[in-house]
Design a protein. Structure first.
Ligand SMILES: NC(=O)c1ccc[n+]([C@@H]2O[C@H](COP(=O)([O-])OP(=O)(O)OC[C@H]3O[C@@H](n4cnc5c(N)ncnc54)[C@H](OP(=O)(O)O)[C@@H]3O)[C@@H](O)[C@H]2O)c1
Length: 217
């Protein structure tokens, strides 16, 4: 058993969620409120190491009324510095890391109240992350990127819905919404996508697309 997983992001029309220099402020205030409402509706929010380091997000609910989800960081080498906002006391934080992490860093985070899970091997299995969260009572998860982490979940068909805001910009380079080894044809992915809804944002400049993911087996 695993929680239901939403993947949400704002992208440029060329499918980038960040520029080559890490700029990623794409959402209008309406879109930010939608994101925060989604955060308030889930039990946990997951990000990868680069997103935590580059964006330094709080991952809390601020633009709408609501409860903060548990924050989950996947950081194989534990590169995230302990002074990041994700480690503040505004919500519980769980970290999944590997034997590549320095024991001192693990101890420092634990001494700050962060729950650190160290798994065997070079990388963290996203299915195990979801299983661990499910055992703690987490039933809905929001995956908030970045591209590499999105790929790690999606390629294993561990995403149920994608909520994608298309914003009226072009980067021409940078981080893709789903950023990994890739597929060479439209048939190769272990899933298909069904479009569920198209919504024009209140700002009149952004479009919110919702897709359901159908796993092939
Ligand atoms: N526009 C938006 O909505 C939006 C949303 C989120 C993020 N972003 C942008 O996305 C960019 C970051 O994306 P990104 O693709 O570079 O990185 P990312 O997905 O945030 O982080 C990737 C890193 O996380 C660690 N990681 C992820 N999955 C792992 C696993 N299964 N096992 C072990 N480690 C794992 C790895 O660190 P190691 O390589 O050290 O092992 C990996 O390199 C940022 O610039 C951010 O601004 C934009």
């Amino acid at each position: 058993m695993r929680p239901y997983v939403y993947l949400a992001a704002a992208a440029t029309i060329d499918g980038r969620i960040a520029s080559a220099t890490g700029f990623s402020r794409l959402s209008c205030p309406h879109d930010l409120r939608r994101l925060h409402a989604l955060r308030a509706s889930v039990d946990a929010v997951i990000v990868g190491a680069n997103t935590a380091i580059v964006d330094n997000p709080r991952l809390t609910v601020r633009y709408v009324e609501g409860r903060n989800p548990i924050r989950v960081l996947i950081d194989g080498a534990l590169r995230a510095p302990p002074n990041l906002r994700i480690f503040d006391t505004s919500a519980p934080t769980l970290v999944f890391t590997t034997m590549r992490a320095s024991p001192e860093k693990i101890e420092e985070l634990r001494s700050r109240g962060v729950e650190v899970h160290v798994v065997d091997g070079e990388s963290v299995d996203p299915a195990n992350v979801l299983q661990t969260l499910y055992k703690r009572g987490v039933r809905k998860v929001l995956l908030e990127g970045g591209g590499k982490t999105n790929w790690e979940f999606l390629k294993r068909c561990l995403v149920d819905e994608i909520i994608l805001t298309i914003t009226p910009y072009v980067f021409g380079n940078g981080v893709s919404l789903i950023d990994g080894e890739g597929y060479s044809t439209t048939e190769e992915a272990p899933f298909s996508l069904s479009l569920i809804s198209i919504k024009l944002c209140e700002c009149g400049r952004e479009v919110v697309l919702t897709y359901k993911i159908n796993c092939k087996q």
